[in-house]
Ligand binder design. Structure first.
Ligand code: GRF
Length: 208
């Protein structure tokens, strides 16, 4: 797997992926880090791990230019898989199509609840707490043409506690994300994923 990771923020999920690669749990080469923002903390992580990084420069309101830039970068680094890790920009349909079933995203709640346009960052955890649900979690899903709607690869849960604030809940979910994202990527790296419509089937591990 020649993996490109798209980021916009601190990049703690990116770090979890980097660690899984260094630790040998994820058999992949991280060939590129693409950031939507020049100041993203994730860029420092890329530099520390000698991963080439690029800040997108195409004007965000030109879908054609963004498509061209993204596809050009992925092609130049011969990336064959993309992980969105806190990436806060729209992925144009042509890019999604080029990486159909080869592009993942992580969402800090249990989809299909608490997802969609405008549901990102703290807003997600605020909505979860306000809804009074007992459990939240994280979802790794394939990317399709809409926000947070692609087939689900892995999910796991954390409890929502009585005195949780969006911050405390976010921290609990983030810990889970750091385990789930490398695990999902490694299922793809090992060729154990089959997609049938909306269902993602996981083949047993032949090495164990
Ligand atoms: C995570 O909560 C992820 O689920 C969401 O954005 C956040 C990114 O955090 N898509 P980080 O930049 O990986 O620390």
């Amino acid at each position: 797997m020649r993996l490109a990771v798209f980021v916009s923020g601190g990049g703690s999920n990116f770090q979890a992926i980097l660690d899984a690669v260094s630790g040998g749990e994820l058999s992949a080469e991280i060939v590129l880090c693409v950031s939507s923002r020049p100041g993203a903390g994730a860029l420092e992580r890329a530099a520390r791990h000698d991963v080439p990084s690029v800040v997108l420069s195409a004007p965000r309101d030109s879908e054609e230019a963004v498509t061209h830039e993204m596809l050009g970068l992925l092609d130049a680094h011969a990336a064959d898989f993309v992980a969105l890790a806190g990436f806060m920009r729209f992925i144009p349909p042509r890019v999604v199509r080029a990486f159909r079933n080869r592009m993942l995203n992580i969402h800090p709640a249990l989809l299909p609840s608490f997802g969609g346009t405008g549901m990102y960052g703290h807003r997600v955890h605020e909505a979860v707490i306000a809804a009074g649900v007992r459990y939240s979690g994280a979802t790794v899903h394939l990317v399709d043409d809409d926000y947070d709607t692609g087939p689900i690869v892995l999910q796991d849960v954390v409890p929502v506690l009585q005195h949780d604030t969006p911050d405390s809940l976010a921290a609990r979910v983030l810990q889970l994300e750091h385990r789930l994202y490398p695990e999902a990527l490694s299922l793809f790296a090992e060729g154990r994923i089959r997609v049938e419509g909306r269902r993602v089937l996981i083949e047993p591990d032949s090495s164990s």
